[in-house]
Design a protein around this ligand. Structure first.
Ligand code: ADP
Ligand code: MG
Length: 231
């Protein structure tokens, strides 16, 4: 489905929350690299799709009513074979039904297991006075505890994106720290500009959250994405 189709379907269904699958499809169309992610509505289909994608895979609950998927036991990573996928499917369904009995569950999102990189977060929020702003930060504890993030008002250009990546406290980590690979910072800057362009061109988007993005020596990939539409 195209971005326009996804947005109009959500509007018709009177929903403001997009699924991870929809969010990654839209970001992908905007030129932002995401792990390829597909919907399985049965256990058997999850196995077939896992085999197509190639092991190891990740299974995640797909429900517009469950936006924090790990909290509900809805994420199983590093599944290496058919048996692991079948077990993960059952475990996800059992724990998500217990966690949110009223949730409408459409199935599971099957995706390739991305290799670990430098954890980044990117997103967009609407500021009451400035309107849409894009956000960049390091992922994990650094963003949760230290709030080490930078913001710019949409639209941004390449120079703004360069400022954003150099403003954060933990920027040394992007350069590679204690033998860790450096992050492909130009690629991250390019993603920020594409995110800003998308927001600028697409009315009705309230919030975007890409958490985490894994950055590598060459390239970067969005591993989880959330999009909220304006009411
Ligand atoms: P949540 O809704 O809880 O934020 P995520 O999709 O972010 O769920 O998954 C939780 C964690 O699982 C991520 O922070 C990441 O470390 C890991 N993870 C999720 N998807 C993948 C993937 N495709 N490849 C590798 N790791 C993943
Ligand atoms: Mg996440």
């Amino acid at each position: 489905m195209t971005t326009a189709q996804i947005l109009s379907r959500a509007r018709q269904e009177k929903r403001t929350v997009l699924t991870e699958i929809e969010a990654k499809q839209i970001l992908g169309e905007a030129g932002i690299n995401c792990t390829s992610t597909v919907l399985a509505t049965t256990k058997a289909e999850a196995v077939v799709l896992s085999e197509e994608i190639g092991y190891p895979v990740v299974l995640k609950i797909s429900s517009v009513d469950i936006t924090h998927k790990s909290d509900s036991g809805g994420v199983k990573v590093n599944l290496a074979n058919k048996e692991a996928v079948e077990q993960a499917y059952d475990a996800i369904m059992t724990s998500c039904r217990a966690y949110a009995p009223e949730a409408e569950i459409e199935g599971v999102a099957v995706q390739g297991m991305a290799k670990v990189g430098t954890e980044i977060i990117m997103g967009m929020i609407k500021d009451a006075s400035f309107g849409p702003v894009v956000m960049f930060g390091l992922g994990g504890v650094l963003v949760e505890v230290l709030k080490d993030v930078s913001f710019r008002i949409v639209p941004i250009d390449k120079a703004d994106a360069e400022d954003m990546t150099s403003e954060i406290q933990g920027k040394k980590l992007l350069a590679g720290y204690r033998g860790q690979d450096p992050a492909d910072v130009p690629c991250l800057q390019d993603m920020l500009v594409k995110l800003s362009d998308f927001v600028n061109e697409t009315p009705g988007i309230e919030e975007i959250d890409m958490n985490p993005v894994f950055a590598y020596k060459d390239g970067a990939v969005v591993v989880d994405a959330r999009i909220i539409l304006s009411a």
